[in-house]
Design a protein around this ligand. Structure first.
Ligand code: MRU
Length: 350
């Protein structure tokens, strides 16, 4: 059992004026911090995954826009900067959600007041995501009480979210209560599990084992996993979940074995404007990410590859969606929209 509170390194710092990001592309080998001064450099850091994870992409973009507004508070400049940030990555809805909030707050006041208002809105978003993480940790740990071998995918700790994370925050809370082992999938091609989740688990003093992604289904089938918990990048109104590529395979394996497949994330990740997962834009990244591993070229430099960064798990495979506002289970349009406070539209007529 882990004792004492976990030691987590935040992905970004904000001192009221300046934004610094821990360059996650260099972890775990090197802890290098980069300064971001506005929209363009923050968007570039998001696009190359120096900062990543749906909630932290939103928080970084909010601060990046606030910094830009200090220099250029005119209407057109604010809208242009917001567009640059929104375009940095397509799948995580938290990015557009946070940028829209800062833009709306800024444009609602006179240009001379915009910098202060934008900073305040970004800080409010950040504080809200920190609080969401804390609530998710407690709710998720209550839900998974008794599960001791927890499998997870990608990275969902403090490097990805406010507070101590989303899915990983649940595992960290469980580890304060019980002896657990976290089985972390390496998460090809960029190895967020191997590089980042293991780094965070070591620092938090939580027992862990690293798996290649392809090992997960077999271990689940052999009864070596009690529950799977992952984060999310966008949840459609019907509860379909986009998350790091490979998540869907874990959900299928969990369903076949009859173990819980739980998704954790703040309500900022729910996109009530889209009906189902087929509408989620899946980011396709550079083929070179697939051609390389550990810095070495694996194959021909021009080998054709597919590199979708995310996949969609249908709601019927998700046992529970854990948010700061409560748990949707079963995951249905009604239970998901109840978490957002959005009205449940009438079913279309047959
Ligand atoms: O491409 P990444 O590293 O930004 O992908 C991150 C994930 O898929 C996480 O699981 C997701 O953002 C949830 S973090 C709470």
């Amino acid at each position: 059992m882990a004792t004492g509170g976990p030691t987590m390194t935040p992905a970004l710092t904000w001192d009221g004026r300046s934004l610094r990001l821990l360059d996650q592309t260099l972890l775990p080998g090197e802890e290098t911090w980069i300064d971001c001064h506005g929209a363009a450099d923050t968007a570039a850091a998001i696009a190359r995954l120096a900062v990543r994870g749906a909630p932290n992409i939103g928080i970084a973009a909010a601060y990046g826009l606030a910094r830009e507004i200090e220099r250029a508070p005119a209407d057109d400049a604010v809208r242009a900067a917001a567009s640059v940030l929104r375009a940095a990555r397509p799948t995580a809805v938290n990015l557009a959600w946070a940028v829209d909030r800062v833009q709306a707050a800024a444009l609602a006041v006179a240009p001379g007041e915009r910098a202060a208002v934008a900073r305040h809105e970004a800080e409010t978003i950040h504080a809200g995501e920190d609080a969401a993480s804390a609530a998710i940790a407690l709710l998720g740990a209550d839900l998974l009480a008794g599960s001791r071998r927890i499998l997870t995918h990608c990275n969902t700790g403090a490097l990805a979210c406010g507070g101590t994370g989303s899915a990983l925050a649940v595992a960290i809370e469980l580890a304060q209560r019980d002896d657990i082992t976290v089985l972390a999938c390496e998460t090809r091609p960029l190895l967020q599990g191997a590089r980042l989740t293991i780094w965070e688990l070591r620092r938090a003093g939580i027992d862990h084992e690293l798996l290649v992604d392809g090992a997960a289904a077999g271990l689940i089938r052999r009864g070596e996993v009690d529950a799977v918990i992952v984060g999310c990048d966008r949840v459609a109104a019907n509860g379909d979940v986009a998350n790091k590529v490979g998540t869907y395979a874990h959900a299928l394996a969990a369903r076949a074995a009859g173990i819980p497949f739980v998704v954790a994330g703040p309500t900022s990740t729910i996109d009530a404007s889209i009906a189902g997962g087929e509408e989620i834009v899946i980011e396709e990244r550079d083929m070179d990410e697939v051609r390389h591993a550990g810095g070495a070229l694996l194959t021909g430099a021009d080998t054709p590859c597919r590199n979708p960064a995310f996949d969609v798990t249908p709601a019927e495979l998700v046992t529970a969606l854990v948010t700061e506002r409560g748990i949707a289970s079963p995951v249905t349009r009604e239970s998901v929209l109840a978490l957002t406070g959005a009205a449940v539209p009438a079913e279309p007529r047959a």
